[in-house]
Design a binder for this molecule. Structure first.
Ligand code: ZN
Length: 251
């Protein structure tokens, strides 16, 4: 099976369209949540992704932007965006967001894979460091967990006492880049496909991953998208200007 794995679209329609165009054919689309919040196209993103996603796990912004929990824990910019999104969502998209299941969840058709938004322990918990990863590895019941939330593409691998942080190495000589990771039998992995719509790893290009279950392989991707258009939508919606700026900085 070939699965397109995406996370953290955050209302960025231009980035989502670029990812879908670059992903080629896939058998399943696994969506790790945070489809809305920050970006100016929440309904357009949901209308695009809803019919395509095979399995979607809820993200913390999906929860807060649909009014299921308070935005008070967010920083002021995120809170402003969450309130704007809640007011902008169509009734149908609002209901759909509220019904989303919380991870971790196993996708159908493959063994040994779990999907979660934050760590497998909690949707709000970040996996940034080896220490965070260690705690998650203790709880993982499958060899592979796909997660998002940090907006940083990469992950962690474990083989007995050997631990590695994974960071795609791109040559950046072309507009679009790929980096392939093979996962031999006996290894365990936490894989972050990166953020489609608001990367924070100093690379502005939209991030995603393709998982091939037969080859036991993950291919990380970066693709350029119409950044100017996504930025001007944010400014025209009168969302905080910082949300437009950070897209170009990739942080
Ligand atoms: Zn997010």
């Amino acid at each position: 099976m070939r699965a397109l794995v995406i996370s953290d679209i955050h209302g960025n329609l231009e980035a989502l369209n670029a990812v879908l165009a670059a992903a080629g054919e896939w058998d399943a689309l696994w969506n790790l949540g945070d489809m809305v919040g920050y970006g100016a196209s929440p309904n357009e993103v949901l209308d695009t992704i809803r019919p395509l996603a095979t399995l979607t796990v809820r993200g913390n912004h999906d929860r807060v932007c649909s009014g299921l929990s308070s935005s008070l824990a967010f920083n002021p910019v995120a809170r402003t965006a969450a309130r704007w999104t809640l007011a902008a969502l169509t009734p149908d998209n609002l209901v759909w967001l509220r019904m989303l299941p919380q991870g971790p969840l196993p996708p159908e058709g493959v063994d040994d894979v779990t999907l979660s938004h934050g760590s497998p322990l909690h949707e709000d918990q970040y996996i940034h460091t080896m220490r965070d990863a260690w705690a998650s590895f203790q709880q993982m019941t499958t060899a592979i967990t796909f997660f998002g939330h940090t907006h940083v593409q990469g992950g962690f691998s474990q083989q007995q006492h050997n631990w590695h942080e994974l960071k795609p190495r791109y040559d950046r000589k072309q507009d679009a880049d790929t980096w392939t990771l093979t996962m031999p039998e006996g290894t365990r992995h936490l894989i972050n496909p990166g953020s489609v719509g608001q990367p924070r790893d100093y690379d502005w290009r939209a991030a995603f991953a393709i998982y091939d279950s037969e080859a036991r392989e993950v291919v990380y991707h970066r693709v350029p998208y119409d950044l100017r258009r996504a930025q001007s939508r944010i400014l025209m919606a009168r969302l905080p200007g910082r949300l437009a700026e950070r897209l170009r900085e990739g942080r």
